[in-house]
Write a protein that binds this ligand. Structure first.
Ligand code: ADP
Length: 463
């Protein structure tokens, strides 16, 4: 139990450590890919900007310049007419809004970059954003409208369909820092691009590492589960063997001590004078010896089957007659306190059987039906022949067997409630024996049972 718990804890712990390491590695790979992505597009954007500057008659802000020139002349006059501080603040905001709106609306740089990227085979689906750095209106003196770092408000404008500002700043790439200047104004801003499908692209690039990580975690988890199951199975078998030794000691010692006591009784003078007592004691010795002999034979048979091929001594027999004999002899022995009903009709079929093994097999089922009962046992032995098979059912009104135990019932050494504290003594070999014998005859055995109601064991043998 302690060993199993240690294995379980260390297994879970190692899977947890493995998952942590994998998560850490994937995060690092993701970070690297993310940085590489930004680096790649920074380089390509710079290439694109210098290409545009060298080869194009425009830098992408011609319309913007035109509109701002007309507006700034008007703005100077309006600023000079303002006397009051609050009004001045409102006007400055209005000017800043206009400048940013015009540059967002009228710039052509995005289109130029997009077509450059397309020509080079890069991804062209990006959004742009503008971050104003400095805006001054110049007349005979300079009026600072906005200065990044000096203002308490940072003005960022984005293109359509942008992510939230914090998300955006993480993934955007600074492409250009244009300075738009004229007689009446000086306007500085940062131009950024951002790829909305960047996550998908990086995911695609990291998918191989991700797949391998998931695979390795799964492989370790499955291996661990297999090891743990094997360990549990080993433990179950070792428990079964320990129980078997304890049960066997009990099963052998009980008849032996009865025989010993009976022997001592026979030595007593007053017993020897009584013929009836001698007969009774002799019968007891005989019965216990037969029981002892049966147990030892069953153990020897099973141990022999482990080493050699199953040897059956089959003979054609009338099944009804053989079954009658077995039930009759059981009734006069172990089953004398049980009611045994016979409801079989095999229509005289002849079956190839090893009668000795067959008898032991039916005896095992009948003695279980008597043993595993907490009231007066009522047993039905039913049977019929159909489709070249004989069916024999042993039905009892005993304690029954739950579903979990039913699954293992025919395993070697298995007892429904394990341990030597079992209320009903036994070795856990009887049903294993039944299974082996039916299989050796080309047949099978099945159980159907309800706890508290009774059990039905069905044997099928072909003929
Ligand atoms: P044993 O009787 O020596 O324990 P068996 O292989 O004959 O070994 O039976 C295995 C287990 O199946 C038993 O320990 C018992 O719990 C259960 N069992 C077998 N037959 C019956 C029955 N007729 N009714 C209830 N339980 C049964």
């Amino acid at each position: 139990m302690k060993k199993r718990n240690t294995v379980l804890i260390s297994g879970v712990l190692s899977i947890f450590i493995l998952i942590s390491i994998q998560v850490f590695m994937i995060r690092n790979i993701w970070k690297q890919k993310d940085e590489m992505f930004a680096l790649r597009y920074t380089m390509w954007s710079q290439e694109a900007i210098s290409f545009i500057n060298r080869r194009m008659p425009t830098d992408g802000f011609d319309t913007v310049r035109l509109l701002l020139r007309g507006y700034s002349g008007k703005a100077i006059n309006e600023l000079h007419a303002i006397k009051n501080r609050e009004e001045l603040t409102v006007k400055k905001k209005e000017i800043l809004d206009y400048f940013t709106e015009v540059v967002n609306r009228e710039q052509d740089l995005s289109e130029l970059l997009s077509s450059y990227f397309e020509r080079r085979g890069f991804d062209k689906n990006f959004n742009f954003s503008i971050e104003v750095q400095d805006l001054e209106i110049i007349s005979h003196d300079t009026i600072i409208i906005y200065q990044n770092g000096f203002s308490d408000k940072q003005q960022t404008s984005k293109g359509k369909g942008m992510a939230s500002s914090s998300d955006f700043s993480k993934s955007r790439v600074l492409v250009n820092r244009p300075i738009l200047e004229d007689n009446d104004y000086r306007f500085l801003f940062n131009y950024y691009i951002d790829f909305s499908n960047k996550r998908r692209l990086i995911l695609k690039e990291t998918s191989a590492s991700l797949g391998m990580s998931i695979f390795s975690i799964l492989a370790v988890a499955i291996l661990f589960m297999i090891t743990y199951r094997n360990l549990r199975e080993e433990k179950r078998l070792s428990d079964l063997k320990t129980d078997f030794i304890n049960n066997m000691t009990h099963e052998l010692k009980t008849p032996l001590s009865t025989i010993t006591v009976a022997g001592r009784t026979l030595e007593m003078e007053q017993i020897r004078a009584n013929q009836d007592k001698i007969l009774e004691t002799a019968r007891m010795i005989g019965k216990q010896s037969i029981h002892l002999n049966q147990i030892i034979n069953m153990i020897l048979d099973i141990s022999m089957w482990e080493r050699t091929q199953f040897q059956l001594d089959k003979k054609p027999v009338e099944i009804e007659r053989v079954l009658d004999e077995v039930v009759e002899s059981f009734k006069s022995g172990d089953g004398c306190n049980a009611t045994i009903n016979r409801k079989y009709d095999f229509k005289g079929v002849i079956v190839d059987l090893d009668v000795v093994y067959f008898t032991t097999m039916i005896n095992n089922l009948l003695s279980n039906a008597v043993k595993y009962s907490d009231r007066v046992p009522v047993i039905s032995v039913e049977g019929f022949a159909r489709d070249n098979q004989i069916f024999i059912r042993v039905i009892d009104n005993g304690i029954g067997i739950n579903k979990i135990d039913q699954k293992h019932l025919f395993d070697k050494f298995y007892r429904a409630s394990s341990g030597n504290i079992h209320k009903f003594k036994g070795l856990g070999l009887g049903l294993y024996y039944v299974k082996k014998i039916t299989e050796a005859h080309g047949g099978s055995v099945a159980v159907d049972s309800k706890p508290g109601k009774g059990s039905i064991f069905t044997i099928t043998i072909p003929y």
